[in-house]
Design a protein around this ligand. Structure first.
Ligand SMILES: Nc1ncnc2c1ncn2[C@@H]1O[C@H](COP(=O)(O)OP(=O)(O)OP(=O)(O)O)[C@@H](O)[C@H]1O
Length: 246
């Protein structure tokens, strides 16, 4: 049985056509049927399945639908049509700082995040040292996260999501904000997880990184599935299309 199965998935967003200034104005227009929506499909009839232990990249231009796909798989959103089945525990690492309360310190956020991922305080106490060690954030552990740089937030997020074991690691582009040394460390950890059987789903614009880390790539173009196969081949086709100015 595939660990992730995406079947004929479409995702529609309603974009309000007219700008409304206030909530009252919005409500009035809504009641008078004066508000028009543009239906917009971020994904259309996308299907693929992923087996346990695979390392898969989602590639495509800005706005093609990659993050939307990742959010559907992480269960943050539900598709307008089609089905998404996930047969394992998933550690979503999407959007910088999404799981953090910026007013709280790193220490407090570790426990908050742990609770969100379904782990109790004792479990998190046990893993706390490793999390801060890997993130190299001991000097800032009691500083509110709002004073962190984007790279520091990414370190903390990655460290939490990967210290606590999950069957699937879904990773958005947050790694790109880490510095070179930290990216290397993340790569090593992801490779170790992969050899331990974790399934990796990875969104990136860095084609070299994709080729290095993933065996397979799925190319999404304007919400449609345009390619799915060995990472080398799909990445090369994608780059060639971009160079042709498509
Ligand atoms: N909540 C939302 N409401 C309305 N439109 C949305 C919403 N989320 C995403 N979109 C739209 O859906 C499209 C796909 O967005 P998505 O973030 O999935 O693209 P992406 O491939 O991840 O892009 P990038 O490479 O820039 O991160 C975009 O046009 C975006 O504006």
């Amino acid at each position: 049985m595939p660990i992730i199965q995406v079947q004929d998935v479409s995702m529609r967003f309603n974009l309000a056509q007219e700008k409304t200034e206030t909530l009252k104005e919005y409500a009035v227009k809504l009641l008078k049927h004066q508000l028009f929506f543009n239906e917009f499909y971020a994904l259309q009839n996308v299907s693929f399945s992923i087996e346990q232990g695979e390392s898969v990249a989602l590639i495509g231009r800005n706005g093609s639908g990659k993050s939307t796909m990742l959010k559907l798989i992480a269960g943050v959103m539900y598709p307008t049509r089609g089905t998404v089945r996930v047969n394992g525990e998933i550690a979503p690492l999407i959007e910088l700082g999404a799981g953090f309360d910026l007013e709280l310190t790193a220490r407090e956020n570790v426990f908050l995040n742990g609770a969100v991922l379904g782990h109790d305080r004792d479990y998190m106490e046990e893993h706390f040292k490793n999390i801060i060690d890997f993130a190299e954030l001991w000097d800032f552990v009691d500083v509110p996260v709002k004073n962190y740089s984007s790279g520091m937030i990414a370190r903390l997020g990655f460290s939490i999501a990967t210290e606590v074991e999950a069957e699937i690691l879904a990773c958005d582009e947050i790694l790109s904000v880490g510095d070179f040394m930290f990216q290397q460390k993340c790569h090593q950890r992801m490779e170790k997880m992969l050899s331990g059987g974790t399934t990796l789903l990875f969104v990136s614009h860095d084609i070299n990184q994709v080729k290095q880390l993933c065996k397979r790539a799925i190319w999404i173009d304007h919400g449609h599935l345009r390619g799915d196969g060995p990472a080398e081949e799909v990445c090369d086709a994608y780059v060639a299309a971009m160079q042709r100015g498509e």
